[in-house]
Design a protein around this ligand. Structure first.
Ligand code: NAD
Length: 252
């Protein structure tokens, strides 16, 4: 019960890694605000969890909506201790072919929203004497994928923005860290991957552990970073990738 009497917000909390994080924190005693565009899945998860869970439909790329989310969470549960900035989208395209509006949308959801969410919750965390922000970056922010231009750039931005948050707010008692997942078995990844025959097996072969992660394995690390177990850990970006970014690419 590491999160007894704590209040957490999880963006992208209706699906995949975000939903696994919601389940984990709720199971360890937190009150959880699920924030997502998807009202059907988000509402169903909040209803399933019952007491200490609520859903709010939010577009994370809208700064006013993020400010309203923070206020609504504090009004509902009495404060804010944890923010999981996790909502994200992907998009293919090499630079000459990538539509400018697509670039802007990926940067808005994957990077700008991390700033909007953090900006909105820090005053509430200061009122509590501290807090923890966990940002979902990616292995694709530590190295690059072919033709995943905007996503790679956004996730690298999340990693360095997390360092800014960490050093600027260490004296407020607010810690900020990022997780860098490799391939995870969620709709964001597998919808595209499973549409191409053989791609999943090829990808799994390149991960030293030879498999995609289960979302709960990523959520467990995010929960650790959000908890007091990580009380001296701030500004870090932790690969949770089955060894992917430890590998040089040397053929086996
Ligand atoms: P997912 O598709 O299961 O979940 C993403 C959630 O974000 C969805 O519920 C979606 O509705 C929500 N969302 C999308 N745009 C939104 C918006 N504008 N406002 C509010 N909510 C929005 O995918 P996932 O894999 O769980 O993704 C979670 C995070 O993990 C993302 O930031 C993603 O980039 C990152 N990530 C995923 C993988 C992977 O392989 N799946 C790897 C590394 C990083």
């Amino acid at each position: 019960m590491r999160f007894k009497d704590k209040v957490a917000i999880a963006t992208g909390g209706a699906s995949g890694i975000g939903a696994a994080f919601v389940r984990r924190l709720h199971g360890e005693g937190a009150s959880v605000m699920i924030a997502d565009l998807d009202a059907e899945k988000g509402g169903a998860l909040a209803a399933e969890l019952g007491e200490r869970a609520a859903f709010r439909q939010v577009d994370v790329s809208d700064p006013a909506a993020m400010a309203a989310l923070a206020q609504a969470t504090a009004d509902t549960f009495g404060g804010i201790d944890v923010l999981f900035n996790n909502a994200g989208i992907g998009c293919f395209g090499e630079t000459p072919d990538l539509d400018i509006e697509q670039w802007k949308r990926v940067i808005a959801i994957n990077l700008d929203a991390v700033f909007y969410g953090s900006k909105a919750v820090i005053p509430f965390m200061r009122q509590r004497g501290g807090g923890a922000i966990v940002n979902t970056a990616s292995a694709s922010g530590m190295a690059a994928d072919y033709a995943f231009t905007a996503y790679n750039a956004a996730k690298a931005g999340v990693i360095n923005y997390t360092r800014c948050l960490a050093i600027d707010h260490a004296r407020d008692g607010i810690r900020a860290n990022a997780i860098c997942p490799g391939p995870v078995d969620t709709p964001l990844l597998v919808t595209g991957v499973d549409a191409i025959q053989g791609l999943r097996a090829d990808w799994e072969r390149r991960v030293p552990m030879n498999r995609f992660a289960d979302p709960a394995e990523i959520a467990a690390v995010a929960a650790f970073l959000a908890s007091d177990d990580a009380s001296y850990l701030t500004g870090a970006s932790i690969p949770v990738d089955g060894g992917l970014t430890a590998h040089t690419g040397q053929p086996d």
